[in-house]
Design a protein around this ligand. Sequence first.
Ligand code: ZN
Length: 281
Amino acid sequence: MIVTLNEVLKDAKKNKYAIGLFNTVNLEMAKGVLSAAEETKSPVIIGTAEVLLQYSSLEELSYLLVPMARKASIPVVLHFDHGLTEDCIIKAMTLGFSSVMYDCSTSTFEENMRKSKEMCRIARLFGASIEAELGHVGAADADVVESDAYQGMYTDPAQAKEFAEFTNVDALAVAIGTAHGAYKSNPKLDLIRLKEIADIIDTPLVLHGGSGLSDQDFKNCVENGVCKINIFTDINNAAAKAAYESYRPGCGMTDLMGSMVKYIIKETIAKMNIFGCTGKG
Ligand SMILES: [Zn+2]
């Protein structure tokens, strides 16, 4: 069944586990993630991001994802991740996405607050949930991630409180040292900052840049207030590995699809076990 973030994150926050958002760009990825969720009875968040639309458009994906999520036996949030333009976000909700993220993290604090609040008002009209980002989670480039400037983009707890109260968003992505893509060196997470934010706001917190973190990193983040974790690179890479290992001269795409789905299921279940969401769906 299709639900919003509000129907799954409240329990996750209360009972200290996290739900994964697994971005999917085609049928095999969607099958893999939803099969993993059903097999382990996990609530799941599935969707795509604006930067991933080059691989499958919102319309095309919605034709797959909406009916697949609807018939799933576990709660599925259909989420549009990292919406950058208002047009795309509204289109996603029109096509049946039950949740959106409006990423204004590169805007000024005031601008981010104003734009997030306005999109929150629009999301309510669709009955959709909304996530915003405060601070900025950048790309996983070793030089950048280790710089002082990058730490300067971490979420400020006092601002988080003001932001949450003003915008009333349903989930807040925080910047505490993670980055998008494949890490080139081990990320150092600012767990004290994370706990400080979790202690002063009720809004469920989101960890972006989850691919590549250690099991212990995930556990520490969940322990300190994270209830949604975004994963893309790890399942994307698992599928590519499956295709590589299964390839034989003369074989066709259909000979590779089964093992790609299997690897995605395995990787997704591994993450769900670490996040502690299995059996909660
Ligand atoms: Zn992200």
